[in-house]
Design a protein around this ligand. Structure first.
Ligand code: T5A
Length: 212
């Protein structure tokens, strides 16, 4: 089977880290062992620097909303062109912790940047490059933020007020409803159940890919 790009998406605390390991384990059971893991923003030395600037700013200077969007796209295109596309071309599979859908939702709805502008920016920067499968782990923001809080200090985005995350989640659900390559899973369930859903989702999708 041709190599694929699988992405995990969701609000903070949705369980993306565990999901990534579950996806990889299903792939390995199918003898797919050459797997590259990415995270966004980040994933290359340059993109990791942009991640740090995006998350912390410099001293008291925080990026403006437009600067934030452009930093995220600079980091993304660097990762896509220098890591993801070369990996796919040599036959490796790529499993990503977040990708463009995060910008469409966090910036395009949470931050209130024009959603059409965000889609145009995606097309201008990434062309037609898209993940083959996106697993969106859906949960109410309060639950996710409680999980994130239990784990430690909250970062700049995690400190946003609840309406920011409510808007972000609504955009995730709206975009997932329009796109067959995005599968929505209930992430409020206990971890074992979420893991079982992810396993079932990836296994079914792999079977469908084999049939194509
Ligand atoms: N961002 C990113 C944008 O605004 N725009 C963009 O374009 C991009 C790419 C990234 C931040 O940047 C923003 C979004 C983010 O705010 P990050 O540090 O990478 O920053 O943050 P997250 O990706 O959100 O990472 P988190 O670690 O917060 O979320 P995860 O990975 O989903 O959470 P995870 O797996 O570590 O789980 C969190 C805790 O919950 C528990 C886990 O054990 C863990 O302790 N947990 C569960 N507990 C009970 N039941 C379950 N089902 C559980 N699942 C997990």
């Amino acid at each position: 089977m041709k190599s694929k790009f699988v992405v995990i998406e969701g609000l903070e605390g949705a369980g993306k880290t565990t999901a990534r390991d579950t996806v990889a384990s299903v792939l390995r059971e199918r003898y797919i062992n050459d797997i590259v893991f990415t995270r966004e923003p980040g994933g290359t030395p340059l993109a990791e620097k942009l991640r740090d600037l995006f998350k912390r700013g410099v001293g008291n200077e925080m990026p403006t909303i437009k600067a934030e969007v452009l930093m995220l796209y600079a980091a993304r295109v660097q990762l896509v062109e220098t890591v993801i596309k070369p990996a796919l071309e040599r036959g490796a599979w790529v499993v990503g912790d977040r990708h463009d859908l995060s910008s469409q939702t966090y910036q395009g709805s949470g931050r209130g940047t024009d959603p059409q502008l965000m889609l145009s920016l995606r097309d201008a920067v990434l062309g037609s490059f898209r993940p083959d499968l996106t697993i969106y782990l859906d949960l109410p923001p309060l639950i996710g933020l409680q999980r994130a809080k239990a784990r430690g200090e909250l970062d700049r985005i995690e400190q946003e007020l609840l309406p920011f995350f409510i808007r972000t989640r609504a955009r995730y659900l709206a975009l997932a409803a329009q796109d067959e390559s995005i599968v929505t899973l209930d992430a409020t369930q206990p971890l074992e159940q979420v893991t079982a859903s992810i396993r079932a989702c990836v296994s079914l999708w792999l079977q469908q890919q084999e049939g194509v």
